[in-house]
Design a protein around this ligand. Structure first.
Ligand code: AMP
Ligand code: GLY
Length: 423
């Protein structure tokens, strides 16, 4: 099979790495890809959300399956675009159709879905500029901290957690009346704050059947001890040590099953990944968000633990026969540590030469924001490279990732040396 992966981050390099191991793979294309994906397949310089360019590429390269990495093309309807096109409609796309992608595209839609299907989630109300005063009144009924969420996609920056009521009111006003997050904050979800520890659960579904993939925990803040600004994610660990059989059973019965059944009942076509963000409050799992794709850097820790042939699983997602497949997992821990450019998540420079990558032998290197320039690998983004290691314990895996992160050199390199500190 010829496979096209859309995207350019560490997540997409991990997909490329995993799919390259499949005997079913003939040729791999990645659009636009990075320096790492270029060693496993052919990078094609088109944007993941340029649908007509994606179409030409699929026809020219005789693509048999498309894997969509990021949420943007899904929310914009790339899967529907394929189904509506006579020349593309037989090509399976891994990722939901537009209606299903609203689970990530709109927080209000996701909250309504969760309530409709009795899936545990925080109490909430949604407001627009029309009923700002009611928003203030709702905030007054809640206790600090206050959670405000821009309804639409805001590149991971649309959630504010505020300690004072005054601040919460003024932020709400800015979001609704001054378009603080552009069109994404035309609506704002105000939610009850949940006090607990986060984990993420990943599900692969063909719309009827599903497989629960390994759990992971991500570290979103730039600074050690979970301080400073939010980032795309600075590292991840799989499995999450506190996600024991009892908790996983609750997650599957109360959350995963009703989610997949709810999609069916609501006639939301869904073939792809469901990334469920949870907070564990006194051993009760509560949903805080859905994403309609894999996480980054969670993918860099989750996929290496899947022993089964991922391309075979993707094929089954396309055919609706996921129930006939088994999911075999590596019981070891996998940890990933993300190296970023100095300044990230604010302004940072690109084009820094990277060295030492080839000296890493006992970890897996996943490129994120990198680019091949002649013989050199250069930085090309905020998050630059993830180092994934296995271990019988979390700490064994982590020390390997940290030691290998030391070996890669580039000007301004930074990474968190405390991934896993809270576990
Ligand atoms: P989200 O974009 O929905 O994942 O939210 C970003 C981050 O905000 C999450 O990773 C949580 O750390 C935090 N968060 C979101 N919702 C809540 C909530 N209801 N209570 C506490 N923290 C939350
Ligand atoms: N690491 C968080 C995300 O991918 O949304």
């Amino acid at each position: 099979m010829n496979v096209l992966i859309l995207g350019s981050g560490g997540r997409e390099h991990t997909f490329a790495w995993k799919l390259s191991q499949s005997p079913l793979l003939t040729k791999l294309y990645i659009a636009p890809g990075n320096a790492g994906t270029g060693t496993l397949g052919e990078n094609v310089n088109i944007k993941a959300d340029d649908f007509s360019a994606v179409k030409s590429l699929c026809l020219e390269k005789e693509i048999h399956l498309v894997v969509v990495g990021p949420e943007d093309p899904l929310v914009k309807g790339i899967h529907d675009f394929f189904l509506d096109d006579a020349e593309l409609k037989e090509i399976p796309v891994i990722g939901p159709q537009k209606a299903g992608a609203e689970l990530e595209g709109s927080k209000d839609f996701a909250k309504k879905f969760l309530f409709r299907h009795n899936i545990p989630t925080a109490a909430y109300q949604t407001f627009t500029s029309e009923n700002l005063e009611e928003g203030y009144a709702f905030l007054e009924t809640l206790k600090a901290p206050y959670v405000l969420k821009a309804d639409g996609l805001a590149a991971g920056k649309g959630v504010l957690i505020l300690d004072s009521l005054k601040e919460a009111k003024s932020e709400l006003k800015e979001m609704l009346t001054e378009a603080k997050f552009g069109a994404a904050s035309t609506k704002v979800v105000i939610e009850e704050f949940l006090d607990g520890i986060e984990l993420s659960v990943f599900v692969l579904t063909d719309g009827s059947n599903y497989k629960v993939l390994p759990t992971a925990k991500d570290y979103k803040r730039i600074g050690e001890g979970d301080t400073g600004l939010n980032t795309g994610g600075m590292g991840a660990i799989s499995p999450v040590p506190f996600a024991d059989d009892v908790l996983m059973q609750k997650i599957e019965e109360r959350i995963v099953k009703p989610t997949v059944e709810g999609l069916k009942k609501d006639k939301l076509p869904y073939k792809g990944f469901i990334f469920i963000g949870l907070i564990n409050v006194d051993n009760e799992p509560i949903v805080i968000e859905y994403n309609v794709r894999m996480g980054d850097p969670e993918t860099e820790a989750v996929l290496p633990r899947i022993k089964s042939d991922l391309l075979e699983l993707f094929k089954a997602v396309g055919d609706g026969t996921l129930n006939e497949k088994t999911l075999e997992l590596d019981p070891r821990f996998a940890t990933t540590v993300m190296m970023v450019s100095g300044g990230y998540p604010e302004a940072y420079e690109k084009g820094k030469v990277m060295t030492g990558i080839e000296t890493i032998k006992d970890s897996i290197v996943f490129h994120a924001g990198t680019k091949q320039v002649g013989n050199e690998v250069q930085t090309n983004g905020g998050r630059v490279m993830a180092i994934t290691s296995f271990g019988d314990t979390m700490n064994e895996a982590l020390s390997n990732s940290f030691a290998n992160a030391e070996k890669v050199k580039f000007e301004g390199k930074y990474y968190r040396k405390d991934i896993g500190f809270d576990l």
